[in-house]
Write a protein that binds this ligand. Structure first.
Ligand code: SF4
Ligand code: SF4
Length: 426
């Protein structure tokens, strides 16, 4: 990095410097820590990283700083084990970006649903949508082609997947394709014991949508009286058979007062109910004013990201944080980067093979890394930050807009700024 009197200063191999428009961050990929550097520190380290010696740094810096002061600063970093010294220049290893590979696929086996959830992204209960189910043969082809691409995880989803009479045949075919993880996403209302036994024998996991521990709230969201008790019965059977089950909890205006209690109750009975997500601004979720007001404040990004690891950092340098490696096949054969990205169609399987789509237009979506996202491209946290394009697109209509939950302004280095999510909700 930099040299002074025969001593070379360099970052350790597990540290990376990320430059923003004003500040930089020093990311420790081993200890999962991020240090925010002020402008002077950013300038020194950035110049050193460009191969300048300490004397050159002192001359090139915008502010007056003596060589001794720079040396003192560097020694301080060495003492804190953020820099190391050596008597020879250390060549930094360059990391090749991960090659594109399909890792996870959602397969929408039907657009039909027996519930009428107000916020549904696919609007399956809309009477104008009279789409026929994809054929068994077609769905087998999807699974086969995904497996050939090296994909090891699949979710069968809908609509309501258990409305299909051939769902067992499809599960068995997924097994034949040797997916390591097979999950079915369901509202749980149609589960009966023979089906649950079948799923348990094949180690299939299940994800169930639940909106509240209170029947009235849940049924008002699903639009079908009695659906709450059927879903609970389904959940009980899944637990009795020891099936790996998680609950998908969506926070909405109707249930935001109860969502935490619901999550606690589910966790207490052994169900994995992750932190509830607010309803996505997609499909019905965009149109009905279903946004949780109080809960939205809890999902704001108000401090530097802290959940990251080396793999995430290296992947995010080249690819989109969430979309990379994922694809969803809708019931009409469209291939999109995630189930919420209904308008980002990379191709259609009725017209071309999955391989061509994945290695063709899908790369444009997978390749939307933070360097291409407005505002984020100048942020020093951009490769350790979690992204969700459907949030941005749903709220602004701009696929490249900054995450609307974020309050950081890279130009000033201040948190608490312009936040599209609050503007939308309030
Ligand atoms: S969303 Fe963008 S601006 Fe906000 S912290 Fe993440 S990378 Fe930075
Ligand atoms: S992009 Fe957003 S909606 Fe899509 S899978 Fe990722 S987190 Fe979920």
């Amino acid at each position: 990095m930099g040299v002074s009197k025969g001593v070379f200063y360099t970052l350790t191999p597990k540290e990376v410097l990320c430059r923003g428009v004003k500040y930089s961050s020093l990311v420790d990929l081993k200890k999962h820590k991020v240090y925010h550097l002020n402008e002077t520190a950013s300038e020194i380290l950035n110049l050193l990283e460009r191969g300048r010696g300490i004397g050159e740094v002192a001359r090139e810096m915008k502010r007056d700083l003596e060589e001794e002061e720079i040396q003192e600063f560097l020694e301080e970093l060495v003492n804190r084990r953020l820099l190391k010294t050596s008597t020879r220049p250390i060549r930094k290893r360059s990391h090749r970006p991960r090659p594109p590979k399909l890792d996870f696929i959602w397969c929408e086996v039907t657009a039909r649903c027996n519930l009428k959830c107000v916020h549904c992204y696919a609007k399956t209960h809309n009477s104008e949508i009279k789409q026929e189910d994809p054929s068994t043969q077609f769905l087998k082809r999807v699974m086969e082609e995904a497996a050939q691409e090296g994909c090891r995880r699949i979710q069968l989803t809908g609509g309501e997947a258990f409305l299909r009479k051939d769902i067992m045949e499809l599960v068995d075919y997924a097994k034949e394709c040797k997916f390591d993880e097979i999950e079915i996403f369901t509202n749980g209302t149609l589960l009966r014991e023979p089906m649950v036994r079948f799923l348990s024998e094949r180690s299939v996991s299940v994800a169930v949508s639940l909106y509240s521990y209170l029947e009235g709230t849940h049924d008002s969201i699903t639009g079908v009286p009695g659906s709450h008790s059927k879903t609970l019965k389904g959940l009980k059977m899944l637990l009795d058979y020891g099936i790996k089950t998680r609950c998908s909890l969506i926070a909405m205006r109707q249930n935001e007062e109860e969502i935490e209690r619901t999550s606690d109750i589910l966790s207490a009975i052994g169900l994995n109910a992750r932190t509830p997500d607010p309803v996505r601004p997609v499909g019905g979720g965009k149109e009905g004013g279903y946004w949780p007001k109080k809960y939205s404040r809890r999902v704001l990004i108000e401090e530097p990201p802290c959940e990251f690891d080396e793999e995430m950092y290296r992947t995010n340098k080249a690819w989109n944080d969430c979309w990379f490696g994922k694809a969803a096949v809708t019931s009409s054969g469209d291939v999109i980067p995630c189930v919420f990205a209904r308008e980002q169609v990379a191709g259609n399987l009725l017209k071309e093979p999955l391989k061509d789509i994945i290695h063709g237009r899908m790369l444009e979506y997978w390749g939307l890394n933070a360097d291409k996202i407005e505002v984020c491209q100048g942020c020093e946290f951009r490769y350790i930050c979690h992204d969700c394009r459907p949030w941005s697109y749903g709220l602004t209509g701009n696929l490249l807009a900054k995450n609307p939950k974020c309050t950081y302004i890279p130009e000033t280095g201040k948190w608490g700024g312009d936040c599209k999510l609050l503007q939308y909700v309030c």
